[in-house]
Design a protein around this ligand. Structure first.
Ligand SMILES: Cc1cc2nc3c(=O)[nH]c(=O)nc-3n(C[C@H](O)[C@H](O)[C@H](O)COP(=O)(O)OP(=O)(O)OC[C@H]3O[C@@H](n4cnc5c(N)ncnc54)[C@H](O)[C@@H]3O)c2cc1C
Length: 352
């Protein structure tokens, strides 16, 4: 049955985020289906309100003043499977499904393709936005299509993988067409009985240790190994682990030219780097940050750097967004001054 739109006033947003900072939404609504979403957009248009679409809040920094418009939290549910070509299976998941539940479901059904992205917080709708990835796998490798509401044309649309314009932590959703589409569901093409992707040395090592104990490298073992590694780094959300009160990696790994790499080399020999197919190289932001004087466990008032992961800015308790921005700026400035490399934040800034 179609539900009435339920608009709440002055809703604290911090509890809807993993970092747990920021002010309230002037107006807030949960939508569970396409009809609800259309109603919310009609309401916003009638009342001339700005809109922010929220998922699991694991990649956002909400300003201390909150958001003055309407926050729409997309809760469209549903997971289903259908046979595709050549022994592949299409998994369709609603934008409001918890991402890690979908990964577990795939692994339990012996479907390969998203296992390395176990334990990433957030909802399915957020995954194509920044082309979520971990341990050598990205959603762009399996996304077939993304069903969206197109705000510009006021219509539902299916975007193909190519139309999503995926690249490292980017897609059209967070670049050229930012704010235009609301993701309602995503179709992933997975391989029935496929072998897990083992592209990441740290993951391979973890599995080798497990195999010595008699565990084979099937999808389930890979999922377990990934979650184990992530837990060690506080990269799974655990209410008892202060180091996980973050927005994940706060900075993207910068992609720089060979010349820029050489200038980094001239300052600190043998920097770690990953060659890209276009001739550029990806530098680990964590290394740049540590080399610039910001170590794990660094404290800056109520915020700090995770004791387990130098890329994660954490809320140590009672933090403000201004403090998060302050630490971010100090880190960016130090890296720029030492290496001449510009760091870019990964989370989305809301209400700034
Ligand atoms: C501890 C931790 C570990 C993490 N590890 C990783 C990792 O390994 N790899 C990685 O890639 N990311 C990682 N992240 C970042 C984050 O989990 C992902 O980016 C996630 O996909 C964000 O989803 P979300 O539902 O929380 O989105 P939100 O944080 O709610 O929103 C993020 C952006 O997506 C947009 N958005 C959300 N839902 C929709 C929708 N339905 N339609 C349109 N736009 C939408 C929002 O408007 C916003 O711009 C981590 C975060 C944390 C806290």
């Amino acid at each position: 049955m179609e539900q009435e739109l339920n608009i709440q006033k002055n809703v604290a947003l911090a509890p809807f985020t993993t970092l747990g900072v920021g002010g309230p939404a002037h107006l807030f609504t949960n939508v569970d289906d396409e009809f609800g979403l259309m109603q919310a957009f009609e309401f916003a248009q009638k009342n001339n309100l700005e809109i922010f679409v929220l998922g699991g809040g694991s990649n956002v920094l909400i300003s201390d003043n909150g958001f003055q418009g309407l926050v729409i939290r997309v809760g469209v549910r549903g997971i289903s499977l259908s046979d595709a070509n050549e022994g592949n299976v299409d998994l369709t998941a609603g934008a409001g499904e918890i991402w890690d539940d979908v990964v577990r479901y795939a692994v339990e059904n012996d479907l390969a393709g998203i296992e390395c992205m176990s334990g990433i917080p957030g909802l399915v709708g957020g995954t194509p936005v920044q082309n979520v990835g971990a341990y050598g796998q990205e959603v762009s490798e399996t996304v077939v299509s993304v069903r969206c509401y197109d705000r510009r044309d006021g219509a539902m649309i299916e975007l193909t993988n190519a139309e999503c314009g995926f690249s490292y932590r980017t897609s059209i959703f967070n670049t050229s067409e930012k704010g235009r589409y609301v993701v309602l569901s995503v179709v992933f093409r997975l391989k029935k009985g496929g072998t897990p992707k083992l592209a990441y040395p740290e993951l391979v090592k973890e599995l080798e240790n497990a195999e010595r104990k008699g565990v084979s490298s099937d999808l389930k073992a890979v999922r377990e190994a990934v979650v184990k590694i992530r837990r060690r780094k506080s990269m799974v959300i655990d209410p008892d682990d202060l180091n996980s009160r973050s927005a994940g990696s706060f900075f993207k790994n910068p992609i720089v030219t060979e010349d820029a790499l050489n200038s980094v080399r001239s300052i600190t020999p043998d920097p770690p780097f990953f060659p890209m197919s276009d001739g550029n190289v990806k530098l680990p932001a964590a290394w740049l940050i540590e080399q610039s004087g910001f170590h794990k466990g660094y404290i800056h008032g109520n915020v700090g750097i995770s004791e387990k992961h130098s890329l994660a800015i954490i809320n140590r308790g009672g933090a403000t967004a201004a403090e998060v921005v302050g630490l971010m700026t100090n880190i960016k400035d130090a890296v720029k001054e030492k290496f001449g490399v510009e760091l870019h934040p990964e989370p989305v800034f809301v209400g700034f």
